[in-house]
Ligand binder design. Structure first.
Ligand SMILES: [Zn+2]
Length: 152
């Protein structure tokens, strides 16, 4: 039997596709991206392929707020620069307001996807790919409190 296994997909495809970072096989979320935010963020308790816990400690996903905030700021800066280079800004018309409205609309509409992406990115920083995931035990912080699961 093969001991080391090449990952099914690369790091970027794992994060963008919201796959388990340990085996890169199992999905993190139970449903496809949807505007129903509660349903949208419903994750499997454990990865269906390797058994990795998705909520590895109490309040684990609290930090994703900072991740999505940073991504929103980065996107806004980039879209501002692009708008400035392509269309420019002026005191004589409403181009700035149009940019604000378009940028805000895009950020709002992308929230269902962005919230999932932030969680996927977040867990990928704490749980790394394990080439022997089929035979070894999943990563466990040992800091779980079953009564407090998803209670934040
Ligand atoms: Zn897995």
């Amino acid at each position: 039997m093969k001991q080391r296994e090449e990952p099914n997909r690369g790091y970027l495809a794992t994060v963008v596709g919201c796959y388990c970072p340990r085996c890169r096989e199992g999905k993190l979320f139970q449903h496809t991206t949807s505007v129903k935010l509660r349903r949208n963020l419903l994750m499997y308790e454990k990865c269906l392929s390797c058994g990795q816990l998705t909520d590895i400690e109490v309040g684990f996903y609290y930090g994703t707020g900072f991740v999505s905030y940073f991504i929103c700021i980065l996107f806004s800066v980039l879209s501002f620069l692009l708008w400035w280079l392509v269309l420019g800004f002026s005191y004589n018309d409403n181009r700035f307001i149009y940019w604000v409205i378009l940028n805000a609309s895009f950020l709002l509409l992308s929230q269902p996807w962005l919230m999932r992406f932030s969680r996927s990115l977040w867990i990928s920083w704490f749980v790394s790919y394990d080439p022997q995931w089929r035979t070894t035990k999943p990563f466990d912080t040992g800091r779980l409190n079953a009564d407090q699961m998803t209670n934040w």
